[in-house]
Design a protein around this ligand. Structure first.
Ligand code: ASP
Ligand code: MG
Length: 418
């Protein structure tokens, strides 16, 4: 069996869902299909949530807009047939009811309860559409199948319980095609959780691992994995195959091709991942697998925007590399801040992190009790894998470099935003 994953762009309107069905039709193997929320629904639901938490009534209009967008897809795909509309109406009613009656909890918790609906709606619609085209299609509620802890917005999968459930649900005894939601999971007490933004790729990898899939195919609106973001470098080239290691390094550095957590579950079971274009499904795309070689080694350029560079110095001038190091990292972890780059000297350490302002502010305040901490905002992290002198000049020309770090395979620059 194979796992197919369709992201938001591949289910953005009725036309793209028809295209999805064509792609599914061309596959004769057993399939688990993981689907994201339609287009920009997750962002729209984030706005609904914010308005609701702030007590602003405009959340109702914002939610109505999301509803209308889904309804228009339903009308387009199913016409006057009221059955699917009924299902969607019911699901929206559940969310409206929740927003009207529940006592507001913490942001992260409410985020997962509200935003997870995007994937429920998209999968209901896609499943119903596929049912009209194929006989056996089974819709699975992943909130009851992938079990997680209650670290809302960044939930950890409870691996052994989830494996049991996944294997019993996706058993292919009667059905050949299963459809389920990416990005979301559920706790033992029945609450929805999410696995981090853009987490549907990760869901596909989890399911592939648990079901020993032959491969995962991530269908995207790009021809495969490129050696740079084409918005940044118009002449970016497609990579035919890359290793798991290369993929992990690229996504960690900020390449937006696949979610960074996706690779580990695949690597552990040696399952290849194909990135292919739903616009040109006949093309080969890129494969990530164990024995891949970058046939022609070319530099790979990665840009991570909206970074902050924090410098931390022990106030008493003690060395940073001793006990301070573990204390400093512990502080990052307790604030839930992921470290993107570290550079240490005798009495100071520089750390580059995503600019999540409220988290970073409270982190800096914490540090300032014992350390002096200063930061540079509005910076970017530029990385080149397999760098050459020309490649380095190409991206640093005219830029103010605040930090440079080089290993044999990778060079990284923290530069001020242009
Ligand atoms: N819908 C979620 C998001 O936009 C998950 C995903 O698309 O992978 O972040
Ligand atoms: Mg998405």
């Amino acid at each position: 069996m194979k796992v197919y994953k369709f992201g938001g762009a591949s289910v953005k309107d009725a036309e793209s869902i028809r295209n999805l069905a064509k792609i599914v039709k061309a596959e004769s193997d057993n399939l688990v299909i993981v689907v994201s929320a339609f287009g920009k629904t997750t962002n729209a639901l984030e706005r609904v949530l914010k308005a609701w938490l702030n007590g602003e009534n405009k959340y109702i209009t914002l939610l109505d807009e999301v509803y209308m967008a889904h309804l228009s897809v339903v009308m387009d795909l199913f016409g006057q047939d009221g059955e699917v509309r009924g299902k969607i109406d019911l699901s929206f009613a559940l969310l409206r009811d929740y927003l009207l009656t529940s006592i507001k909890g913490e942001y992260d918790f409410e985020y997962d309860q509200v935003v997870s609906y995007g994937e429920i709606w998209s999968t209901i619609i896609v499943a119903e559409y596929l049912k009209n085209n194929f006989q056996q299609v089974y819709w699975c509620d992943i909130r009851e199948t992938i079990m997680t802890d209650d670290r809302y917005r960044d939930a950890n999968v409870l691996w052994s319980e989830s494996t049991k459930r996944v294997r019993s649900i996706f058993n292919f005894r009667k059905e050949r095609i299963y459809i389920t939601q990416g990005f979301i999971g559920g706790t033992a007490t029945g609450k929805a959780t999410t696995l981090g933004r853009e987490g549907s790729d990760y869901t596909a990898a989890i399911l592939a691992n648990m079901l020993d899939a032959e491969c995962v195919v991530v269908w995207k609106d790009v021809p495969g994995i490129l050696n740079a973001d084409p918005k940044w470098f118009p002449e970016a080239q497609k990579l035919d195959e890359i290793s798991y290691r290369e993929a992990v390094e690229m996504s960690f550095s900020g390449a937006k091709v696949i979610h960074p957590k996706t690779i580990k579950p695949l690597h552990n079971k040696n399952i290849p991942l194909y990135v292919r274009s739903f616009l040109t499904p006949e093309a080969k795309g890129t494969v990530i697998k164990v024995d891949a070689t970058l046939r022609k080694i070319m530099p790979v350029f990665i840009r991570k925007e909206e970074q902050i560079l924090i410098s931390i110095l022990p106030k008493d001038f003690s060395f940073v590399m001793g006990d301070n190091l573990s204390r400093i990292f512990h502080t990052f972890i307790t604030h839930g801040i992921k470290v993107n780059l570290v550079e240490a000297s005798a009495v100071s350490i520089d750390v580059c992190v995503d600019d999540e302002r409220s988290k970073v502010d409270s982190l800096i305040n914490d540090f300032r009790v014992e350390y002096s901490a200063v930061y540079n905002e509005n910076v970017e992290l530029l990385s080149i894998r397999h760098y050459t002198p020309e490649a380095m000049t190409r991206i640093t020309k005219g830029r103010e470099i605040l930090l440079e770090q080089r290993t044999r395979s990778t060079v990284r620059f923290v530069v001020r935003k242009e």
